[in-house]
Design a protein around this ligand. Structure first.
Ligand SMILES: Nc1ncnc2c1ncn2[C@@H]1O[C@H](COP(=O)(O)OP(=O)(O)OP(=O)(O)O)[C@@H](O)[C@H]1O
Length: 211
């Protein structure tokens, strides 16, 4: 299994009800899974726990066979090799596209990093955009750059939180198609959060209903 979640339980406020309560999930390598369900059902929280942005109250999370949370272990977010794209893309506004994408691969030599950035820009169909800044990009282009940045280090797991929520209907169809193609092309194991089941169908994802 690429991701294994066992009896995961978590509350933001420990005096209140659990937001995630005994949640279980197994995702195979290369699989695309969609967490769908009502607002407030804890979809984003499951992603945050998987990424290492929250500490579970109990239960266990394993990525590619290694325990990252539970059994008295906790691996920090930056050591999990998990890539997450947030709803608002969160590109660094003061950095060029090239530097945004290169952010997570600064362990590579300058020439290798440059080549990797080029490769990713090709993947997301934005060749030649290296020197642009986020404010010079459309919403859809920003989203693709955010995806390229997340994919740059070659994550074991790609987490997408409502990736289409900021896009108008027409753009949404286009982006969904492109995203689907990119994910399938590189075969990255993906968990997508959406309040819209149509997104899951479009991405040919296995649906997990949360409530
Ligand atoms: N940092 C936080 N502190 C306290 N409560 C929080 C925090 N983040 C989320 N919550 C609460 O936890 C619950 C689950 O939130 P979560 O974002 O996981 O749901 P969701 O299913 O992704 O919803 P949506 O579709 O609206 O994004 C909500 O009731 C929310 O108000």
């Amino acid at each position: 299994m690429q991701l294994e979640i066992k009896n995961l339980t978590f509350a933001y406020n420990k005096k209140e009800a659990n937001i995630v309560d005994n949640f279980n999930l197994e995702v195979k390598k290369g699989e695309v899974v969609a967490l769908v369900g009502a607002s407030g059902s804890g979809k984003s929280t499951v992603l945050r726990l998987t990424a290492g942005l929250e500490i579970p109250d109990s239960g266990k999370i394993s990525i590619a066979g290694q325990t990252v949370a539970g059994d008295h272990k906790f691996r920090a977010a930056e050591k999990r090799e998990v890539g997450m794209v947030f709803q608002d893309y969160a590109l660094f506004p003061h950095l060029s596209v090239e530097k945004n994408i290169g952010f997570g691969i600064d362990h590579l030599s300058k020439s290798k990093r440059k080549a990797r950035v080029k490769e990713l820009l090709k993947l997301v169909n934005l060749e030649g955009f290296e020197k642009r800044y986020p404010h010079q990009l459309s919403g859809g282009q920003q989203q693709r750059i955010a995806l390229a940045r997340t994919l740059a280090p070659g994550p074991k797991l790609l987490l997408l939180d409502e990736p289409f929520s900021n896009l108008d209907a027409e753009l949404k169809d286009k982006i969904r198609g492109e995203l689907n193609q990119i994910i399938k092309e590189i075969g990255v194991t993906t968990i997508l959060v959406s309040h819209d089941r149509e997104d899951a169908e479009f991405m040919q994802a296995r649906e997990i209903i949360m409530n």
